[in-house]
Ligand binder design. Structure first.
Ligand SMILES: [Mg+2]
Length: 196
């Protein structure tokens, strides 16, 4: 039986948006609230271009990327997978400056987890990493979950048998893929597909 489970990080295992929004409130000196389900954070939180730039400039450091909260249920699910003998691989499109911090944070919490850096889809911020499709083609996991439709398409192209979109409290960043079920959380997707 294939014992490899691959997952995205942000909005699947890591509550990136809550962490980022908390950080943004500190940088901007005011409360910010989600106004809609748009994927781009400046639109979702109603920030001006210059506010968004200030937040991202401050946020793009290892300390910020390495201290984001995990979703409790997803973290418990990953621990259970590891305890049950699955190899858990995180495939994450992080900037290179965040990669070590992210690896350390994940390995502290989930000893044995493997972190792969994948291509950033932001054309203004390339990171020269391989695409998620390339990584998944090599890994051949039994399961993959991501919150973004473009990455779901990559997983389909890579031939992953069980693919789910995790809602991530946003619109999915693009056109939905028919036939792919969206669940609120990683743990639900793992239970439904029989891996937990
Ligand atoms: Mg994500």
């Amino acid at each position: 039986m294939n014992q490899i489970i691959a997952i995205d990080s942000d909005q699947v295992l890591v509550d990136f948006v809550s962490g980022w929004a908390h950080f943004a409130s500190t940088v901007l000196g005011r409360e910010i609230h989600s106004l809609n389900t748009a994927f781009p954070l400046h639109i979702r939180f109603g920030l001006t271009g210059s506010e968004s730039n200030r937040v991202w400039t401050a946020f793009n450091c290892p300390e910020a990327w390495g201290n984001l909260p995990f979703y409790t249920g997803a973290a418990e699910a990953v621990r259970e997978l590891l305890d049950n003998g699955y190899a858990v691989h995180v495939v994450t499109s992080v900037p290179t400056l965040a990669l070590d911090a992210r690896r350390q944070a994940f390995n502290r919490t989930f000893p044995g987890i493997v972190v792969h850096q994948a291509e950033s889809l932001h054309t203004n911020h390339p990171n020269d990493a391989p695409s998620k499709e390339t990584i998944l083609k090599t890994l051949k996991p039994a399961f993959y979950a991501d919150d973004r439709w473009p990455h779901i398409r990559e997983a389909i192209n890579a031939g992953v048998p069980h693919i789910y979109r995790i809602s991530g409290a946003h619109d999915g960043d693009g056109k939905p893929v028919s036939g792919i079920t969206v669940y609120e959380s990683l743990e639900i997707a793992l239970k439904v597909s029989g891996f937990l």
